[in-house]
Design a binder for this molecule. Structure first.
Ligand code: CDP
Length: 227
């Protein structure tokens, strides 16, 4: 049996998708593509240009016109890749709390999704890719060879995100992270266009009780067709 060439990984914030995807991609020598980066880049652009987050028209234009590049890492500061927006390095800027707080509003705009998912689909159709997001298995690549949906309780996910913030030296409270995460979950799962949900044929993995090693091991057994 041949290995799946397109692997879609979806799930809510901080469910461990990026870590799993990176490990699978390295193991298979595939491209790892995190689509959340693109929604974050457009959100960063709006915030840094002081455009209101409610200005759907201008933000949609940013999504259509901005040149978002994801490249191999140029620095050894813990980044998995470089993210450039119109040539500017925004790799860490797109992880700031103000982007976290606004990205789901931006990602709910139909025009933004149209522009970004078209680019994502073009990349995905080349194959040998592990693509991560919210709607990869349902909308961007519904024909993906393998679809995984990674889940975990909101408390566990908030704890992980809180630890990441602390590690980066950001001052946040656990309660603030938890509240922000619940709000993002709510917007992502109830929006009209491409809401967060598992594809009908997705394998659902819950990582509450599993270490990252165990999640990778289970995912690999699906990749290798053992399950
Ligand atoms: O890293 P984390 O899971 O917190 O978020 P992310 O994957 O970087 O995605 C940030 C936000 O972008 C999500 O909360 C969604 O609102 C949006 N997004 C989306 O709508 N569709 C995707 N394919 C990827 C991200």
């Amino acid at each position: 049996m041949s290995l799946p060439s397109t692997i879609a990984i979806d799930g809510p914030a901080a469910s461990g998708k990026s870590t799993l995807a990176k490990r699978l991609a390295d193991h298979l020598n595939y491209l790892y593509f995190d689509t959340g980066v693109m929604y974050r880049a457009v959100t960063w652009l709006a915030l840094s240009r002081q455009v209101s987050i409610n200005d759907e028209e201008r933000i949609t234009r940013f999504a259509e016109e901005a040149k978002i590049d994801v490249r191999p890492p140029s620095k050894g500061d813990g980044r998995a890749y470089d993210v450039l927006v119109d040539g500017e390095d925004v790799t860490w800027a797109i992880r700031r709390p103000e982007v976290d707080d606004n990205v789901s509003v931006v990602a709910a705009y139909a025009g933004v999704r149209r522009a970004l998912s078209a680019q994502q689909r073009r990349i995905g159709l080349r194959g040998r890719v592990v693509m991560v997001g919210r709607d990869i298995g349902t909308v961007v690549l519904p024909e993906a060879d393998l679809k995984l949906y990674l889940d975990a309780s909101v408390e566990e996910r908030a704890r992980r995100r809180y630890d990441e913030c602390l590690a980066r030296g950001e001052e946040v409270s656990f309660d603030a992270v938890l509240t922000a995460m619940k709000r993002r979950d709510e917007i992502d799962s109830t929006r009209d266009v491409a809401p967060l949900r598992p594809a009908k044929d997705a394998v659902i993995l819950n990582s509450d009780e599993l270490s990252i090693e165990q999640v990778v091991e289970r995912a690999l057994s699906y990749v290798q067709g053992d399950c």
